[in-house]
Structures are given as C-alpha cells and as structure tokens.
Design a protein around this ligand. Structure first.
Ligand code: LLP
Length: 417
C-alpha cells in the first residue's frame, strides 16, 4: 500500500493550525470534509476490488460535494430514499454520461411518495435500478407503471456490525426471506420487469473479526446467483466496511476482505457490486467544537462544548467513541487531566466521552472529533432549537463553505402563524 494513500487517516494526522484557522473563519461547531481523502478512500477500495462496481451508500454523507467527488471518481450511488435519489441524480449531472445508470434506490418499506417520485424520475433516467425488499413492493411498482431495472434484496440470515442497532442482515425488516427469493425473481421477470440483480447487506461497521459473517453472507449470495431462474447482471453484497475509531484499532485489511469475497462467491457469472458508505467518508471528516465551560467536580472535570448530540449523534445512539483532540497551540505542554466532554443539550446522553485523558482544558480551546465524515451531519437534528452547523470542504488545498450554518430563522421558517 503506498504511503501516499494510507489505509487510515488518524485524528493526529490533521494539521492543527489549519483546523484552528478554519474554526476562526467559519465559527463553531463546524464540520470539515476533505475531498482529497474521500477520493483516496475510493481509489484504495476500487483497487482492492478491481472487478466490482462501487456504489457509495449516500446515507453516510449526502453533501453534494461528496456525491460529486465520488461520482467523478467513477462510483455509483446507493440511495435509501427518493430524496437521496433526487440528490444523487443532481450531483451526477455533468459528472456521469448517464446519471441514472449510476443510481440504485434501495426501497425499505417505501412510502408511497418515494415510489411516486422514483418512478417519475425513472421516466427521465430509465437506467436507474430499484431494489425491493418485500414482495408487495413489486406490486406497488407495477401499479405505477414501472417495468424497469429491478433488484431483489434478500434477507441473508447473517448479521454483523459495530452495534446491535446497525445489524440488518438477520433482521426480518430487511429483504425478502432467503427461500422466497428465487420465486420472486422468476415472478418479477414473468411480469415484465427487467430483473438485473440480487442484494444483501449484513450491517454496518464490520471489523476484521467479523469476516466469517461476511464470508457466510457472500457464499449464500453466490448460491442464489447459481440457483437464480433469471440471468443476473450483478450480485450486490452491501456495505459495512469498518474503519478504526479507537487509536489502537487497525484498519480493515481490504485485500483480505476482497480475497474472502472472491473465495466465498465462487464461480458466478454476475458482476460483483459493493456499497460502502462509512469507509469512503468517515476519516475524511472532523467536527470542530469550542470549549465554553470548564467545571471541576469531585467526580471529574466537566468540559462543556458547543457541539452536542444534535450535532453528532453517534456517541449517544450507539455508545460510539470518536477520538477527541485539543487543538490549542500549547496543548502538548499541558498536564493531562481526566475529563468528560459534554454538549449543551438537556439530556444526560449528551456526552462525547467520559474519563478521557486529555490536556487540561481551558475555555476557548478548540477540540476536534475524529471520523466525523460518516453519519455525522447526516444524523444531526435541531433538537433544543439548535441550528445545525456549517460544513466546509477542503479540495486540492482550498477551503470553501459547502453548506452554511442554520439560523434560528431556519428553525421556524416552515411554521404557519
Ligand atoms: N447498503 C445498505 C443497504 C445499507 O443499509 C447501508 C447502511 C450501507 C450500504 C452502508 O453501510 P456502511 O458501509 O456505511 O457501513 N448510522 C449508523 C450506520 C447505519 C448504516 C445503515 N445502513 C452509524 O452511524 O454507525
């Protein structure tokens, strides 16, 4: 692996001075996304899976710059809603010859409005693909006149991932039962759909230890391709490629995953597709936040910051640990103090980390939280009437504002008086 494109970018690899300057220019809290790193992540993954279609799972970060950068690099885009489909098509315009051919909509209990919108978009982008996870979604597409490209999501019965809440593979909500898949493929083809693929997704944030689940899922998908009554163009094995969040965690061995995938899939005639989200954007992003309060207590030193669970939900939702670095110029010379970093939201879940050994905090310090590029802004809310933060992108050395900070006016804009 070339050092020019390392397998992981750690929080310490970011230039503290640059980040402090961005905070000064664009205020706090602030998301920063480095598009060069997004492109590097894509290149590494594409190199490890040279025969696969890489479809970026947009739900990790739908920022237009991210979608366009990945589209330019050659990625397709996997979408979880009609909103994501619309945003993906928009970002791919001018980047891809046929934007529709790069877009796959994975329908999960799709609301009527999603199917209406996607079918309408399909009239203009006839090469897009719809993935169904329930037999009656096929009926609902037929009722709307859709007979385009169709993929069937199966429930592989194998789940994996960093937390119970993100393991989908064995959860009945996702996909048609494995033993119903071949009938559905045949039925959909009989009814005139252009049946092109099968899909499964085990879960999110799969680390090296979980490769056995990955193998199992892929091998079941290989069996299904071989049993399929219809010739399939692709077999999509989902996303879930994990990244290290802790300083001692190792990056995923992509070559080992690719090798395991090839072995488990066996000899199939269909093209492999993968749907990485987190892997492409996580370590390309940081969240910057100001320290506004330092409070000594018998239990701990409480460090109050201006970002909270509304800005970055993952610690509250999954007990996820995002590394924290104090960017103060003199941080290295300060004593280390055990501290709890916590936001301004009136919930005890609003904690980014407890018992952290970090430089003694001072009001006005700027902290950086790592791996904030995936499922960060995307899961942000306006709870407690907190406007969502701004996002700055770094592109070929230049910084630019990619999404402005919300204001309190934005919070009330939709209210009718
Ligand atoms: N494909 C499908 C059908 C998915 O449902 C997902 C993620 C992906 C691909 C991409 O998974 P990734 O490569 O990013 O692991 N909010 C959670 C993650 C939820 C992921 C849901 N589905 C988190 O912050 O950890």
């Amino acid at each position: 692996m070339s050092t020019a494109n390392p397998a992981v970018r750690r929080l310490d690899d970011w230039d503290a001075e640059r980040l402090r300057a961005l905070r000064d220019e664009y205020d706090s809290p602030l998301y920063v996304l480095d598009l060069n790193r997004v492109r590097e992540n894509y290149r590494r993954l594409a190199r490890a899976f040279p025969d696969a279609d890489v479809r970026y799972a947009a739900k990790a970060n739908t920022l237009r710059h991210a979608l366009a950068a990945l589209g330019e690099s050659g990625a397709g885009i996997e979408c979880a809603s009609a909103g994501e489909v619309a945003r993906a098509l928009d970002a791919l315009r001018g980047v891809a010859d046929d934007p529709g051919a790069r877009v796959q909509y994975t329908a999960v209990n799709p609301p009527d409005v999603d199917l209406d919108t996607v079918v309408e978009l399909w009239n203009d982008f006839s090469a897009l693909t719809v993935t169904v996870g329930a037999e009656d979604t096929v009926d609902r597409l037929e009722e709307r006149g859709y007979d385009g490209r169709l993929c069937v999501r199966v429930n592989p019965g194998v789940g994996a991932g960093h937390h119970e809440k993100v393991r989908t593979g064995a959860n009945a909500k996702f996909g048609v039962p494995y033993d119903r898949a071949t009938d559905l493929l045949a039925d959909a083809a009989d009814r005139g759909f252009d049946v092109v693929g099968i899909h499964a997704h085990a879960g999110s944030g799969i680390s090296g230890d979980d490769l056995s689940a990955h193998r199992e899922l892929v091998s079941r998908m290989g069996d299904l391709v071989r049993d399929s009554p219809v010739d399939l163009e692709f077999v999509d094995i989902g996303g879930g490629f994990g990244v290290p969040y802790g300083p001692d965690e190792n990056p995923l061995d992509l070559d080992a995953v690719a090798e395991a995938t090839r072995e488990a899939l066996g000899d199939v005639d269909a093209r492999l597709a993968i749907e990485p989200g987190r892997y492409l954007v996580a370590d390309a992003g940081v969240l910057l936040t100001d320290v506004n309060t330092v409070k000594e207590t018998a239990a701990t030193t409480v460090v109050g910051v201006d970002a909270g669970m509304t800005t970055l939900l993952r610690p509250a939702m999954y007990d996820a640990s995002h590394r924290i670095r104090n960017l103060a110029t003199d941080a290295d010379g300060r004593d280390t103090v055990s501290q709890t970093v916590t936001g301004p939201i009136c919930e005890s879940a609003d904690v980014f980390g407890s018992d952290l050994d970090l430089p003694a905090p001072e009001r006005g310090d700027v902290l950086a939280l790592g791996n904030a590029g995936a499922y960060g802004y995307e899961m942000a809310s306006q709870y407690n009437s907190r406007p969502r933060p701004a996002t700055v992108v770094l592109d070929r050395g230049e910084a630019c504002l990619a999404r402005r900070r919300e204001t309190v006016d934005d919070l009330t804009r939709l209210e009718e008086l």
